[in-house]
Ligand binder design. Structure first.
Ligand code: FE
Length: 249
């Protein structure tokens, strides 16, 4: 566990080593303020078992009152039922995915504790602090959100900023880090116009750290800005697919 931020009763924790076997490495974050905590993108079943055993090193389990799902992918939400059954937390997910998530086996007893986030986003009050759930649609999911914490100034960016295959958890040299992000962003992010909408929004935020759901973080305002500039100029997805699809022979 890494403590990303601590000031008074406001804390932020990262678990980055609970993925195993062939599963993609994923980061789980906990934001704690006073006697309430939110877990972000808690992951699938094996991560749930590991994190459930460790969570008390960060916050008392009874404080877990909020669960945030950035989108509908299995590495985010597959263990939704277990988290809801083992806590009395309220969960938040894009309204687009509400009727798909029950296919992961979410019990009727707890399904009404998953709340739809409207396309424009919302705020969630955690222990007295308003966290901003900001739109990041099509980055990469059609209904996709990120969390900005105005106290720690951390932007939890979900799949945006993800890196695969690097062996460090903090980016030090942006240019040499690009190789770990490029393939993922060019194929999983559908369009540079969505990236530019995101860039215009996040340039209005005061950001100290950008923390993606996979791979390393951008741990300073300078590195966060380098990342935003990189995103602003990136061609991806449909921008790179100008030819027609071809039927395999
Ligand atoms: Fe995803």
């Amino acid at each position: 566990m890494i403590t990303l931020f601590e000031s008074g009763e406001h804390k932020s924790f990262l678990f980055d080593d609970l993925s195993s076997g062939s599963m993609v490495q994923a980061n789980q974050h906990i934001i704690s303020h006073g006697d309430e905590a939110m877990i972000l993108d808690p992951g699938g079943h094996k991560v749930h078992s590991a994190l459930f055993a460790l969570i008390s090193s960060a916050v008392p389990m009874r404080n877990l009152k909020h669960i945030f799902f950035s989108h509908q992918d299995p590495d985010i939400i597959a263990a939704a039922n277990a988290w809801l059954m083992m806590s009395d937390a309220q969960a938040y997910l894009s309204a687009l995915w509400m009727r798909f998530i029950p296919h992961f086996g979410v019990d009727e007893l707890v399904i009404n504790r998953i709340h739809p986030v409207p396309d424009e986003g919302m705020t969630i009050n955690v222990g007295g602090v308003d966290l901003k759930v900001i739109p990041a649609h099509f980055l990469h999911s059609a209904g996709n959100f990120q969390v900005y914490d105005p106290v720690s100034k951390i932007l939890y960016s979900g799949d945006l900023g993800a890196s695969l295959g690097c062996d460090y958890s903090m980016v030090e040299d942006f240019d040499s880090h690009i190789q770990y992000m490029e393939g993922f962003h060019r194929r999983y992010m559908p369009s540079s116009s969505a990236l530019k909408m995101w860039v215009r929004m996040v340039r209005t935020l005061d950001i100290d750290i950008i923390a993606p759901q996979h791979g390393a973080m951008f741990g300073t305002p300078e590195l966060s800005n380098r990342f935003i500039d990189w995103v602003d100029g990136l061609e991806c997805g449909l921008d790179l697919m100008s030819e027609t699809f071809v039927v395999p022979q």
